[in-house]
Ligand binder design. Structure first.
Ligand code: IDP
Ligand code: MG
Length: 151
């Protein structure tokens, strides 16, 4: 068992559509622990850092425009295998291919408006957490029901 942290963001379309609570509800119900959260209107510089791996791809300019278009909600969630578990809960990048029961599969229709971002590896999670949060914004605490969640 490896307890880890992952970066999860409700993108501007998710916030505009009133789905922040729905995303949080799913993560809470799963048993994940929220350790940081803030609203942020991502600027071009931060967007370019965050999506650096996609620079040069056909959808890059549109992606930067989309992610900087309105505020988003940035979060860090903690749990056993949090990175992979959260990616499973988010579903495939293209919501049409995302399985029912996943966030994108249930709540979105287009790749360019797919509601959420989640780190794709522990290394990405560390990089993204450092990019979006100061240490002082990340909380360490126990959940009273942790013994009922973990084997
Ligand atoms: P991910 O968000 O599932 O990790 P990535 O391939 O890392 O997917 O792409 C990052 C984001 O870029 C996607 O979530 C989506 O918002 C956008 N994106 C990726 N591919 C396309 C595309 O073909 N058209 C439009 N937007 C795209
Ligand atoms: Mg990605």
């Amino acid at each position: 068992m490896s307890r880890e942290q992952t970066f999860l963001m409700v993108k501007p379309d998710g916030l505009q559509r009133g789905l922040v609570g729905e995303v949080i509800r799913r993560m809470e119900n799963k048993g994940m622990k929220l350790v940081a959260m803030k609203m942020i209107h991502i600027d071009k510089d931060l967007a370019a850092h965050h999506y650096g791996e996609h620079k040069g791809k056909p959808f890059y300019d549109g992606l930067i425009k989309y992610i900087t278009s309105a505020p988003a909600v940035a979060m860090i969630w903690e749990g056993d295998d949090a990175v992979a578990m959260t990616r499973t809960m988010i579903g495939a990048t293209d919501p049409r291919k995302a399985e029912s029961g996943t966030i994108r599969g249930d709540l979105a229709m287009f790749t360019g408006k797919n509601i959420v971002h989640g780190s794709d590896s522990p290394e990405s999670a560390k990089r993204e957490i450092d990019l979006f949060f100061d240490d002082s914004e990340i909380y360490t605490y126990s959940l009273a029901h942790e013994n009922w969640l973990y084997d």
